[in-house]
Design a protein around this ligand. Structure first.
Ligand SMILES: [Zn+2]
Length: 246
């Protein structure tokens, strides 16, 4: 997910792994001309990594690395690369070191492959956000009140939605979320439910372009505010990637 220069010759590589969640490795001598690590890892690669586990400071020493997928397309197509960067940023911020995350791992792996083979738009980004937050246990709650589980309040096709509460709110509970209550149309709520259920960005495509633009226009700021409350570290890349996808 990230590669950083650590010293003149060493680098730090931050991974998302199926077995250990987020993992940080120090790659000693990575920048030496004859390093066996040259070309073996980079952003958006999938690799097999052998490392010496260090329990104490959370940075492990990489011993061997070999790529299983290098995704060269992500070095050529700037839209796909921008989306890939944001996916990695979000995945990184959703995981803590050592926390196991096989679902998020599979999602990121699948989504990076998807970006290599398909056009990307804001709908794909929203799909990833909804899936990624869901994979770590806090998907937006859309079918029942976040507080009491009751039927969400709806009038004129609009539901009350609380970004801090994490989803739709019923009539009885709206008072408690008064400070950050907003609304979501039933169309947009249905679109978000489809994104939650869909196995890939394709499955979430929403028909006519004008309809899709309207739903994205409504859902985008809602997800931004939702994640401001639920992702522990601010997302730097979100504004940029959404602007690029227009
Ligand atoms: Zn309620």
């Amino acid at each position: 997910m990230r590669v950083l220069q650590f010293s003149r010759t060493s680098q730090i590589a931050v991974w998302l792994t199926r077995e250990y969640g987020k993992l940080t490795t120090i790659v000693k001598g990575a920048a030496r001309p004859k390093s066996s690590f040259l070309g073996q890892y980079d952003l958006f690669y999938s690799c097999e990594v052998l490392f010496y586990a260090r329990e104490r400071n959370g940075s492990h020493v990489m011993r061997e690395c070999s790529p299983t997928s290098t995704r060269p397309v992500l070095r050529d197509k700037w839209r796909a690369a921008a989306a890939a960067s944001y996916f990695c940023e979000l995945a990184s911020k959703l995981t803590e070191a050592g926390e196991s995350g096989p679902v998020l791992y599979s999602l990121l792996d699948y989504s990076l492959d998807f970006l290599c083979a398909n056009p990307v738009d804001r709908s794909s980004i929203l799909w990833f956000e909804i899936q990624a937050t869901g994979s770590v246990g806090f998907a937006p709650r859309l079918s029942s009140c976040v507080k009491c589980g009751g039927t969400p309040a709806s009038s004129d096709g609009l539901f009350s939605f609380s970004p801090s509460g994490g989803g739709v709110v019923c009539d009885k509970c709206t008072e408690q979320y008064r400070s950050d209550l907003t609304t979501i149309s039933s169309d947009a709520r249905d679109a978000m439910l489809r994104w939650q259920a869909a196995g890939g960005p394709h499955a979430a495509i929403m028909g006519r372009r004008s309809t899709s633009e309207r739903l994205i226009g409504e859902t985008d700021p809602l997800m931004r505010r939702f994640m401001e409350f639920h992702v522990p570290v601010p997302l730097v890349g979100r504004g940029i990637v959404m602007e690029l996808m227009r």
